[in-house]
Design a protein around this ligand. Sequence first.
Ligand SMILES: Nc1ncnc2c1ncn2[C@@H]1O[C@H](COP(=O)(O)OP(=O)(O)OP(=O)(O)O)[C@@H](O)[C@H]1O
Ligand SMILES: [Mg+2]
Length: 336
Amino acid sequence: MGHPLSGVAPTINWSALGNVIVVANWKGGVGKTATAVNLAARQASKAAVDDDAVGTDRGRPKRVLLVDLNGQGTASLLLGIKGKAGVDDDGLGLFQAIVTHTDLKPARSVGGRADLDLLPGGTYVSMITDAIGSRMKSAGGAASVILSLAERLQHLAPNYDVVIIDTPPENETLLLIALGVARFVLVPIKTDDSTRLGLLQLASYIRVAMEHNPFIMLLGVFVFGSGHSSKAIRAEIGRDVARDLGDATLVLKSFIRFSEGVAADSSRYGRVAEELSREIENNPSWVKRRRGEAKDSIVVSGASKGVAEDYDGLGDEVFALAEKKRAELVEKGLWP
Ligand SMILES: Nc1ncnc2c1ncn2[C@@H]1O[C@H](COP(=O)(O)OP(=O)(O)OP(=O)(O)O)[C@@H](O)[C@H]1O
Ligand SMILES: [Mg+2]
């Protein structure tokens, strides 16, 4: 019982979901997927480093789960496993788990990344709204829909160090399903006013989700895809967001710089910025390229190094802030 088709609200063990970060903004094209994928791969690669510290506190295996709650399956594309048999299920697993309560079975170690697991998105995820969206209209139905993924993930999340959920733009049902699991919400914005509006719309959905998920909190807002030298513009949007939210501590210091080259390479090669940056030294020389001897080689944008550094800085800030908020709530006895 407790799945959306039963219309009965499930019981959630909130202490099992303290590591869930949802990346969201009502608006499209603001960097949600790029952020979710890059942060997930970053944390997983840190876990690999820590695995060397066997016998120490850091020696326990840490894994990362990325959940792609999108109809396009862009996370699979950016991780290089789009359409790969046995790995990319086009969102079927998520559809069945959310709609009919089957067990979630993530693809393990996706794209050769030892500590990164993925619940792929895709065509089936876009059918979730049609399958259960109408149940949102009754009070009991809304709870069973909004908590549908929380009910499934509560059994899985404790196996992971962090669970990152990517959300689609302008889809009320899927957004609320993600917010129903979220402990922390991370929001990319661009330096234009329409994505700031998207943040305010998101805030109203967070209030709806809060009726069912009492532990959800906004973690921070950061600027995505901004010119490296556009400091004044970022400062201004930061002030606007602080005023909108009535809390300057929600505006993160980190930002992700603009790079069309890295965006193109990420989807072409299925690698995150940090993985691309490791390929820079293998780029064929200009001489080889001029002679036409490099046709089959990978040639990556040199900008991936800077973008990778930006994601690393964002990751540091995000995970430190989450830990700080957790510690404060534990101290007050308000952490489940
Ligand atoms: N560092 C970057 N600089 C500029 N553009 C980027 C960068 N990284 C990714 N992009 C591009 O920006 C666009 C939006 O990024 P992304 O897909 O992550 O946003 P999104 O919020 O997930 O979009 P949607 O709402 O459609 O799911 C994409 O075309 C992507 O290739
Ligand atoms: Mg996206």
